[in-house]
Write a protein that binds this ligand. Structure first.
Ligand SMILES: Cc1ncc(C[n+]2csc(CCOP(=O)(O)OP(=O)(O)O)c2C)c(N)n1
Ligand SMILES: CC(=O)[C@@H](O)[C@H](O)COP(=O)(O)O
Ligand SMILES: [Mg+2]
Length: 630
């Protein structure tokens, strides 16, 4: 695939080979690795800025630690492309995030070097601590290293792990990869604290104390003196991490192998929990990404010589954009509205909202649990919170959803983006479970818009309710039904019949309405756009049940416990017995790939829906137009 040559990199098929290189060669390797990452991601799309920032750190970790026996646990894992490339997967990088290809995140099934599967953030310290204590229990000598970003460090889970690790007396190294960025600029007091650690003032005040601390750590003293002389080589006592029970070292320059390698070698010999603060730059080495790390966080394919370009004709608006526009319009109308995001401003379509309503915009950091309870607190006081959150990340805040929001019946709107399959990010990011996990909570309602227009309308309906409501919509754009400009809602809990047919009625929940309509044309089936997974439109459902031989439910979500299950429950409660075919996502994790292809593979495109209906009910009951049975 390559147009550039990578003479040194091509020799490295295993980190053991890297460990045989001299320091000078490792520096050359870093240059090649960075160029390879850029070339490769520009061809496949994927996470770029974070990977350009971890090139030297990855080399240093594999050079110093004896991987895979020593365990590297990468937080989120979106920065592991250099790690993948150095651990025997260089040639498969061309398949990154494509069907059957390499995952964009670490996966235990993919490589023995991927010690722990990640993608949702802030799990690395817990996992590495678990590994460290397991090693101790098993009498095995090994190093366990968690590599966590400053963004991921803001989540409660990371602090729960620090709290535990600091007194667990484990041989654990936490490397904080501080690039002063989350996806967007980082927020919160921790970020301010890290900046303070970097500041000259703090360093000057703390230097003497730092020397005293380092006296107890002889191997580091020499290094500390040397680092002191370097512009970025400051050694300060970080009271917060030390008070958690860690030995704090840093901050050091994460792009300087002459700092990284000796520091890691020294730390390797130390016992107990160690905390290394490494400073890197997101997008390092590619000017465009350095200047705009947000745009290059997860770009599609692009020409590295030109960089990202705006398409000549604007594409169809995405559901995310429809939500973002609705949020601004509703905020204009209702001054009580606030928008809350757990660190996903861009992904959730809130850039414009922040610009226009800065005082009503809350980025709470990577803190989904807090985001939900924070919204509950606001709702208690008459403020109207809209929590914009990816379906998959709401999983983190399930107890908060039940205990803090639903149990108190607080009017919080959940704008659940990325509902259904997401494509390149794969199983970790699929919004497959929200219908089952939301609909079983008392007081909660859930809308499933079928297109962009309904999305806007149902957001309004949700906002008008006096209890919590989730509105789920998928990644990307829909069929292109332009939203109306006004802020009128649709009737609460009511669906509609979109096509009158015979024998079979298809009940569609969400955007699969459109392939269901296509299938129905060939089957002459009735189609209902149900719109609400909860409350179900029982009147419509029972009418269709009484006038058809069979029902088919269609949803882009887990079949188990999903909207189809809700239909079966309602029929059962009404004492109606008729065949119900439930179509949706099966009881397996669906890996990365092109979303349309993945849906087709699950039989959730028009042909698949038609085929499943014919397969289940046979051509005696369901026939194509013109061949209808008498
Ligand atoms: C629980 C969870 N919430 C949100 C995200 C989305 N997300 C992925 S990377 C990222 C930023 C992480 O920042 P940092 O750890 O500093 O890494 P960097 O991108 O700076 O390399 C976010 C918010 C996620 N993966 N997991
Ligand atoms: C690693 C991570 O969690 C995010 O960067 C995620 O990949 C973004 O996904 P979207 O591209 O759907 O916003
Ligand atoms: Mg960061």
């Amino acid at each position: 695939m390559s147009t550039t040559s990578y003479p040194l990199l091509e020799r490295i098929n295993d980190p053991a080979e890297l460990r045989r290189l001299s320091r000078a060669e490792l520096k050359l390797l870093a240059g090649e690795l960075r160029a390879f990452v850029l070339e490769s991601v520009s061809r496949t799309g994927g996470h770029l800025s974070s990977n350009l920032g971890t090139v030297e750190l990855t080399i240093a970790l594999h050079a110093v630690f004896h991987t895979p026996e020593d365990r590297l646990v990468w937080d989120v894992g979106h920065q592991t492309y250099p790690h993948k490339i150095l651990t025997g997967r260089r040639e498969r990088m061309a398949t990154l995030r494509q069907l059957g290809g390499l995952s964009g995140f670490p996966q235990r099934s993919e490589s023995e070097y991927d010690t722990f599967g990640t993608a949702h953030s802030s799990t690395s310290i817990s996992a590495a601590l678990g590994m460290a204590l397991a090693a101790r229990q098993q009498g095995v000598e090994r190093h366990c290293v968690a590599i966590i970003g400053d963004g991921a460090m803001t989540a409660g889970m990371a602090f729960e792990a620090l709290n535990n690790a600091g007194v667990a007396d484990a041989n654990l190294l936490v490397v904080l990869n501080d690039n002063d960025m989350s996806i967007s600029p980082p927020v919160g007091a921790l970020n301010r604290y890290l900046a303070q650690l970097m500041s000259g003032n703090f360093y000057t005040r703390a230097r003497d104390v730092g020397k005293n601390v380092l006296k107890n750590v002889p191997p580091l003293l020499e290094l500390a003196k040397r680092l002191e002389q370097q512009a970025k080589g400051m050694v300060v006592p970080a009271t917060m991490f030390e008070q958690f029970g860690f030995n704090y070292i840093g901050p050091i320059d994460g792009h300087d192998l002459d700092s990284l390698i000796p520091t890691l070698e020294n730390i390797k010999d130390l016992k107990g929990p160690q905390f290394l603060h490494v400073v890197t730059k997101k997008g390092q080495g590619y000017k465009l990404a350095e200047a705009d790390p947000v745009a290059y966080h997860g770009p599609g394919k692009f020409d590295p010589k030109i960089g990202l370009v705006k398409p000549a004709t604007p594409p169809k608006p995405t559901f995310t954009q429809v939500f973002g526009q609705w949020l601004c319009d509703m905020a204009e109308k209702d001054p009580r509205l606030v928008g809350i995001t757990p660190a996903m401003r861009e992904g959730s379509g809130m850039v414009e909202f922040e610009k226009r309503f800065p005082g009503r915009y809350y980025d709470v950091g990577i803190a989904e649990q807090h985001a939900v309870t924070f919204a509950a607190g606001m709702a208690c006081e008459g403020v109207k919170p809209v929590v914009a959150i990816y379906s998959t990340f709401l999983q983190r805040a399930y107890d908060q959803l039940i205990h803090d929001v639903a149990l108190q019946n607080l009017p919080v709107v959940f704008a659940l983006d990325r509902a259904g399959l997401v494509g390149a990010d794969g199983a970790t990011h699929a919004g497959a479970y929200d219908i089952p996990f939301v609909r079983c909570i008392p007081n909660m309602a859930m809308a499933c818009p079928a297109d962009e227009r309904e999305c806007r309308q149902l957001l309004t309906t949700a906002y008008e309710q006096n209890h919590p409501v989730a509105v789920r919509y998928p990644r990307g754009s829909g069929v292109g039904v332009a939203p109306l400009e006004g802020l009128e809602g649709l009737p609460y809990g009511r669906g509609e019949v979109r096509r009158e047919g015979r024998r079979v009625a298809i009940l569609a929940f969400g955007t699969l309405l459109y392939p269901a309509l296509q299938a129905a044309e060939r089957l002459d089936a009735t189609v209902a756009n149900m719109r609400w997974a909860k409350p179900l439109d029982a009147e419509l459902l029972l009418r269709l049940a009484r006038t058809h031989e069979a029902l088919v439910t269609v949803e882009e979500g887990a079949v188990m416990g999903g909207a189809g299950s809700a239909v079966c429950e309602a029929l059962n409660a009404a004492g109606i017995t008729l065949p119900v075919l439930q179509l949706g996502l099966p009881d397996v994790f669906i890996e990365h790939g092109d979303p349309a292809r993945l849906l087709a593979m699950q039989g959730l495109d028009a042909a698949g829906i038609e085929g499943s209906i014919r397969g289940r009910f046979g051509s005696g009951s369901v026939t194509a137009p013109g061949r209808a049975a008498a």
